[in-house]
Design a protein around this ligand. Sequence first.
Ligand code: OGA
Ligand code: MN
Length: 209
Amino acid sequence: MSDITVNPIYEKIIDDLLNQKYSISDFFFSNEETKQLRESIIQQDTKQDFHQAAIGNSQNEQIVKSIRGDKILWIDESKMTETEEIFFSKINHFIDYLNRTCYMGIEESEFHYAIYPEGTFYQRHVDAFKNDDRRTLSMVFYLNDEDWKDDFGGQLTLFLPDENNKEKELDVLPLAGRLAIFDSKTIPHEVKKVNKPRYSITGWLKTRK
Ligand code: OGA
Ligand code: MN
């Protein structure tokens, strides 16, 4: 087992998740790691292995650009680059921490690169599938330039309950190095139309079926 030292960054995320089912953290990866991951997605994009993202899982796959316009590339854990290995070792450390401090029972993870070309968006949805509820936590790491401005669009909007159980919206700017993490089963969200290519790594921590 890896070390069990209290990790303040993870503790803040766990606290937020318990209290409000989402957390926004700007410290999960170091600036250097974020820079490497950004170079990695740009490099992968030149190989043109990305494909138009689908809706639903493989049992129910259809391409509907009017719902989502991003292109994705799954990270294959059996042939990772050095940077991807750094990424997954951190993720696995975090999973281990969640399982030991909160008994979350995470057994698997899956991550893909995502690029939203100019003019694309992802309409309101929930991440867990109807016929497969293993997705428990959604994680999105933003790999944009540091000076992403509000008018570039691409905000992640979370639809959250307010004090009166009405709905309120929280807009999250996709700033470099930022992690958005939220409950995959209960938090509806959308990606606003982008006016500049938008880069991220998105994935899910999954429990047993
Ligand atoms: C998704 C998603 C959010 C984002 O890929 O399911 O909702 O901010 N992404 O990229
Ligand atoms: Mn989503």
